[in-house]
Design a protein around this ligand. Structure first.
Ligand SMILES: *Cc1c(COP(=O)(O)O)cnc(C)c1O
Length: 484
């Protein structure tokens, strides 16, 4: 299924003993149960069942191990969430203590719990000044559901019921509930939910320079892409538009890093038409771009921010919405009961995990490190991959990075010859990455990483060396298959 041969790259963290792990887990038995009963997310379950899922059994720092004892460098931080790295005993301890003290209570009955109140205050402290309130959910998708309900409620309370259109972007990812998928712009998801997409959500193009910037500078293209928002507002009618939502850097869409001119122009347009700005910070939040929130990196001032993933580094599910004063003042002062909430809103155990996670990020100065030290180092090293014969562009923003695989390089990114998408070269490359112990994700033929924020300089060196080694293996494979 995959190669277990040891890779030739210098190992920073010593490997655990493969035989110890193999003794502990019966891989075949777990795979059989999995194949028989478990429907996986975003997966062809039948195809997976025929090969068997890889069983992940352990994590430490930036590495994970499977049940055969194979070590993998987790370039994706789990799923963009493992900001403080695996194996943090202090988070496990905080969760254990809270579970014994109060494992659960709701916040519906005019009640609260200590970790939820403390976490709300902590989030206000670390977020930009316009944020003084938090709404808790169990996930990012539920956070975005909450955004839809909040912005429509906001405009209704102000007497503008018809102001309920939300503008989003193609290839955006905002989660997988019906609301999340409707806000999102993933064609693969929309194609599978015919007739159930939420009405009055419309989409504009994404600010992806490689895709749309031919013949323009990135700065010119950034202004053009932001201009699509204004065009859409005028097309819909400004009096009908409630909000614009976007990820500061699109994550699942392929680490789409907008040109520097894009977000300031989006802000100007939102301000001009009085439209609420929602930043979906589920990936960018909690240090990924070298600031607590991606909005700060781009210098924008959103009215609402969705968060999840990095708030607990994925140790326990938690999400929510930072509610800016503009919305909170109306919702709280005029709104009376807000008929919305979840059983697990403000879950004490999740909030305890988040408090300890944020304490670690602060104590180890991970945000500052990514901004001033490891982020710039990753940028420099990752950019060197652009000299590889398969790579047209290799770019980073903080601790998120993407490179494009092309069949033939050209003078500019727009002169390169892409592969036929049917060849699924990205998936071939991903296979070589996995086989050699590197987790790098493929979005079409764009290969992406978002490593844990604790990744050290030495580990970055190891990771870049490993990626180059896997690109070489991909190239050799493509040549052997006569695809190059
Ligand atoms: C992952 C993600 C979500 C959805 O979060 P879930 O916890 O999976 O519901 C929403 N927005 C963005 C930007 C994400 O990356």
């Amino acid at each position: 299924m995959y190669s277990n041969k040891s890779d030739p790259i210098a190992i920073v963290t010593p490997s655990i003993r493969a035989s110890d792990v193999q003794k502990k887990y019966d891989t075949r038995a777990i795979q059989e149960l999995d194949a028989a009963h478990y429907i996986h997310s975003f997966t062809d379950t039948k195809a997976l069942a025929s090969v068997g899922a890889r069983v992940i059994v352990k994590g430490q720092g930036i590495y994970i191990w499977d049940s055969e004892g194979k070590r993998l460098l987790d370039g994706m931080s789990g799923l963009w969430c493992m900001n403080v790295g695996y194996g943090r005993k202090s988070i496990a301890d905080a969760v254990y203590v809270q579970m014994q003290e109060l494992p659960y209570y709701n916040s519906f009955f005019q009640t609260t719990n200590a970790p939820a109140a403390q976490l709300a205050a902590k989030l206000v402290e670390i977020s930009p000044p316009q944020f003084n309130h938090v709404f808790f959910t169990g996930s990012g998708s539920e956070g975005n559901d909450t955004n839809i309900r909040m912005v429509r409620r906001y405009w209704d309370l102000l007497g503008f019921k018809e102001r309920n259109v939300i503008i989003s972007r193609h290839n955006a990812y905002h989660g997988s509930t019906i609301a999340g998928a409707s806000l999102g712009g993933m064609s693969g998801m929309h194609d599978q939910q015919i007739g159930i997409a939420i009405p009055n959500i419309v989409h504009i193009g994404q600010p992806y320079y490689v895709e749309g910037g031919k013949g323009k500078t990135p700065e010119e293209f950034g202004l053009e892409a932001a201009g699509w928002l204004e065009q859409k507002i005028l097309e819909v009618g400004a009096e009908k538009v409630a909000a614009f939502i976007g990820e500061p850097v699109q994550g699942a869409g392929g680490v789409i890093i907008p040109p520097s001119t894009y977000w300031p122009e989006i802000q100007r347009i939102c301000d001009r038409y009085g439209i609420l700005l929602i930043a979906d910070e589920v990936i960018c939040g909690f240090g990924r771009l070298g600031h607590w929130f991606g909005s700060e990196y781009f210098g924008i001032k959103p009215d609402l921010m969705t968060f999840a993933k990095g708030v607990t580094s994925g140790y326990i599910p938690l999400g929510g919405v930072m509610v800016g004063d503009r919305v909170a003042d109306v919702l709280i002062e005029k709104g009376g009961d807000f008929n919305h909430g979840f059983t697990y809103s403000g879950h004490p155990v999740a909030c305890a995990a988040a408090l300890e996670n944020i304490r670690i990020i602060q104590e180890e100065q991970l945000v500052e490190k990514v901004r001033n030290e490891t982020g710039p180092y990753l940028k420099k090293k990752f950019a060197t991959l652009a000299d590889h014969p398969l790579v047209s562009v290799a770019e980073t923003c903080g601790f998120a990075a993407g490179l494009n695989l092309v069949q033939k390089k050209g003078a500019t990114v727009h002169d390169c010859v892409p592969f036929d998408s049917k060849l699924e070269v990205g998936m071939i490359c991903r296979g070589h990455m996995f086989g050699n112990g590197m987790i790098m994700r493929a979005v079409g033929d764009r290969m992406i990483i978002a490593p844990p924020l604790v990744t050290t300089i030495a580990e970055i060196d190891e990771m870049i060396e490993l990626i180059r080694h896997c690109l070489d293996a991909t190239l050799a494979d493509l040549k052997a298959r006569e695809l190059m």
